[in-house]
Design a protein around this ligand. Structure first.
Ligand SMILES: C[S@@+](CC[C@H](N)C(=O)[O-])C[C@H]1O[C@@H](n2cnc3c(N)ncnc32)[C@H](O)[C@@H]1O
Length: 214
């Protein structure tokens, strides 16, 4: 299905120039200079409306947060709120994460979040899943040694695929949950999709992957 673009949302997004980055390759190896500190960098791929990342940024001013998203009309929400709250530790990349290796230097990122990533259920689209081999290899490269990917999804088949993909690529797995809300960690921050799925009584799957040494 073709995406319906909302008129003017791209111009609106670009008006928040202090928050939105359209050529992340220019900052490769220089993200800490951009933030003006030496703090850890946590990245979320596919932020949607971005409320998860924004809540983290408010809670943890000692961490720099970067969100990547291709759809301007959804990321606009998180960008606008971050501007209104004058947050200094968050930036948004309006580009496709397939080019992640062009955006970050080896070992520049401390943690990656993947939340409710598109499941791409058809086998012929499996390479587009954000936990497919090529993505895991890119994450390993941009992450510090033993850096972590934290992944949540409502989609059982994507979760199963991801468990296998992490294991086959020699990532260590920990804190695996097949029903996150049965024993909800106190520090869980729900994403926008998560809130909707939990309200519908759906199960949430979660895992943490530790990158193999490069
Ligand atoms: C199902 S939504 C989930 C949004 C949000 N993480 C949440 O949990 O509320 C997935 C989002 O990932 C974005 N996305 C998917 N593949 C991407 C990619 N390769 N690069 C950047 N964004 C991507 C989509 O545009 C979409 O907004």
């Amino acid at each position: 299905m073709r995406r319906r673009k909302i008129k003017g949302s791209d111009e609106k997004l670009l008006s928040y120039s202090g928050y939105v980055i359209t050529e992340a390759q220019n900052y490769k190896g220089k993200w800490r200079d951009l933030f003006g500190n030496n703090n850890p960098i946590h990245l979320e791929v596919g932020i949607g409306r971005g409320s998860f990342l924004k809540k983290f940024a408010v809670k943890h001013p000692e961490i720099n947060y970067i969100g990547i998203e291709t759809k301007e009309e959804v990321m606009l929400y998180g960008v606008k709120e971050s501007h209104e709250e004058d947050l200094k530790n968050i930036k948004f990349i309006w580009q496709n994460a397939v080019d992640l290796k062009d955006f970050f230097e080896k070992g520049e990122v401390d943690r990656i979040y993947l939340n409710f990533s598109d499941p791409w259920p058809k086998k012929r689209h499996s390479k587009r899943r954000l936990t497919a081999d090529t993505f895991l290899n890119m994450y390993r490269d941009v992450l510090v040694d033993k850096g972590e990917v934290h992944f949540k999804t409502d989609h059982e088949e994507l979760f199963e695929f991801s468990l296998n993909s992490f294991a086959e690529n020699e990532w260590k797995l920990k804190n695996i949950s097949l029903d996150l809300y049965k024993n909800l960690p106190e520090d869980n921050i729900p994403t926008d999709y998560e809130t909707k799925f939990v309200e519908k009584g759906m199960r949430i799957f979660r895992l943490e992957g530790i990158a193999p040494i490069k």
